[in-house]
Design a protein around this ligand. Structure first.
Ligand code: GLN
Length: 242
């Protein structure tokens, strides 16, 4: 079994090691005897949605997001259709914001893809620091690092998790991220997946099931060190005042 993984705009959306998510997806397939074809799509290239099983849309500065927005608007319909048909997408921070209706920055309005019914508005004071979530989807806490000026309001959407440490989507709702179909959208950089192998396996399993049938089940990996690192971060945060 093999998955095609598209990395969108790695030349622009490249904050805080988001590309580490790609390495993690690839490695965890390889460790199970499966393969990954990773296809980078730099700005201006044609995204071959028809051949992609999984997409990473990473984070970027407001300036880079405004550039990416121009490219994404050209493929809005195809991208939305791909998501509605169960395409597996990890969107991080700036990428998360771009899935919504708009991102109103300090100076300009960046049009989103309208894939999620969410909106983002800039406010003074960046929300920066380590973050810990609890999510009914995962046994371990989800840990990461956030750094955003935008506040995202997710309306009726299901959040990825509830914030037990950090700020989350808007600094006050107590929610972080969005889960929608096979999309995980989140503010968590770090990168997210090496810190949270359960989240990585969830994405891989969704993509494999979509391609090969719902019977596909990933075998467990040892993950002793990964769990130790995850627990260490969660405990360190829980013993600190915010
Ligand atoms: N530019 C966006 C913000 O500041 C997203 C930043 C990011 O991807 N870390 O809100």
């Amino acid at each position: 079994m093999e998955l095609s993984i598209g990395h969108l705009y790695p030349d622009l959306l490249n904050l805080y090691g988001d590309r580490g998510n790609i390495n993690c997806l690839k490695k965890r397939l390889e460790w199970r005897g499966m393969g990954a074809q990773v296809i980078p799509y730099p700005a201006g290239s044609r995204i071959e949605f028809e051949k992609l099983d999984l997409i990473l849309l990473g984070g970027g500065s407001d300036r880079e997001q405004a550039l990416v927005c121009q490219y994404l608007q050209q493929v809005q319909k195809e991208f939305k259709e791909w998501v509605e048909n169960g395409g597996v997408l990890l969107a991080v921070c700036g990428g998360f914001q771009l899935l919504g209706t708009y991102y109103q920055t300090e100076t300009t309005r960046i049009e989103g893809l309208d894939i999620l019914n969410i909106r983002t508005e800039w406010k003074p004071g960046r929300l920066v620091g380590n973050t810990v979530l609890t999510s009914s989807m995962f046994r371990s806490p989800v840990v990461g690092f956030e750094n955003h000026g935008g506040r995202t309001y997710i309306g009726e959407h299901t959040p990825l998790g509830e914030v037990s440490y950090g700020f989350g989507n808007d600094g006050s709702s107590g929610y972080e991220g969005v889960l929608y179909k096979n999309v995980i959208a989140t503010y968590l950089h770090g990168p997210l997946l090496p810190k949270n192998p359960e989240v990585c396996d969830y994405l891989l399993e969704r993509a494999l099931c979509r391609k090969y049938g719902e019977h596909v089940k990933l075998e467990a990996l040892a993950d002793e060190l990964e769990h130790k690192a995850n627990r260490y971060i969660a405990q360190r945060c829980s013993s600190q005042e915010k």
